[in-house]
Design a binder for this molecule. Structure first.
Ligand code: SIN
Length: 311
């Protein structure tokens, strides 16, 4: 039985719904040793900022039960080097690419959007992920996705500066009282889709040294431990906004895990932490998901989206 495995976010179409998660595969050069990046639905790049950035002090990763804590602090080469080295490399290889951006201020997000717009369609960009939810910033006031007004202000500025050149995907945090109201604010401000969920703010203390394990003290929790939270957030948001595509992520390491997020309402699924242990995890999830869909009798992937909402 043949399967139409394609999916859509705004005006962009993807051959399959399995993406990398931002920050877990840089710009793909390392993963390209293991499989052809063209086989991805999309490569979602590490959130890039205007200027080069070293990130937080080390240690900045720690293991947790069924998960991992990171406090990278948005390390990156800055937009100019990214465009010249990373995006150009991906484009040469015809990899569908979603560029993730992060800023310290609303204006910085707007500047990044303007810079990407000037690259235009020749850049091979399929969409822009606007990361307004990084937990590893010095100041919690910079987690724009924790408040409806700041979340909307960023997306509105990005929308104005992109002027419709690429679809906008807003990346939200589950570390809020009501994720549906945050989703509403960014959709009203012009987001075409949502990435759900970013990591949750956590902390690990070394009982030998009696000090936090991470130099930055707190970090973002990812991995299987957070999957039920991702499923809940996706379900709640899809229930309120069934026509808004969601890129689901959070502890997915098998086709069955991905299928769970899709049943909750995800139109695509990103693989993050699982790639650290198994660089071919993304391809494994893709093949397993295709098999599950066919076993369940689906001929079109999109008919599976949000099935858990049906009575
Ligand atoms: C980081 O670079 O600290 C992680 C980014 C994120 O979780 O958004």
């Amino acid at each position: 039985m043949s399967l139409d495995f394609s999916t859509k976010i705004g005006t962009s179409r993807f051959n399959n719904p399995i993406f990398t998660a931002s920050g877990c595969a840089s710009s793909g050069k390392e993963l390209s040793q293991f499989f052809d990046l063209k086989d991805l639905g999309a490569m979602v790049t590490k959130s890039i900022m205007l200027k080069p950035r070293l990130g937080r002090a080390t240690p900045r990763m720690a293991e947790t039960p069924s998960g991992m804590l990171n406090s990278i602090g948005l390390q990156g080469p800055g937009i100019d080097t990214f465009l010249e080295n990373d995006l150009a490399w991906l484009h040469e290889r015809s990899v569908r690419t979603i560029v993730s951006i992060a800023g310290e201020t609303v204006e910085e997000f707007g500047q990044l959007a303007r810079r990407l717009r000037s690259e235009g369609q020749r850049s091979g960009i399929s969409a822009i992920e606007v990361n307004i939810s990084c937990p590893n910033v010095e100041n919690r006031g910079q987690v724009f996705a924790c408040h409806t007004d700041t979340a909307a202000a960023v997306i509105e500025n990005v929308r104005r500066n992109l002027a419709g050149e690429f679809p906008i995907v807003a990346k939200l945090t589950p570390d809020v009282t009501d994720i549906v109201s945050i989703a509403k604010s960014v959709i009203d401000a012009g987001a075409d889709g949502l990435s759900l969920i970013n990591t949750l703010l956590g902390m690990v203390i070394d009982t030998n040294t009696m000090r936090p394990k991470l130099a930055g003290k707190t970090g973002g929790l990812s991995g299987p431990a957070i999957r039920p939270i991702a499923v809940r957030a996706i379900y709640q948001v899809h229930q309120s906004f069934p026509n808004i595509p969601i890129v689901g992520m959070g502890g997915v390491s098998s086709g069955k895990d991905a299928f769970e997020l899709i049943l909750a309402g995800a139109s695509a699924v990103s693989i993050g932490t699982a790639s650290f242990g198994n660089p071919t995890a993304v391809m494994k999830v893709k093949d397993e998901l295709a098999n599950i869909l066919q076993e369940k009798g689906f001929t079109d992937f999109r008919l599976a989206i949000g099935q858990a909402h049906k009575s």
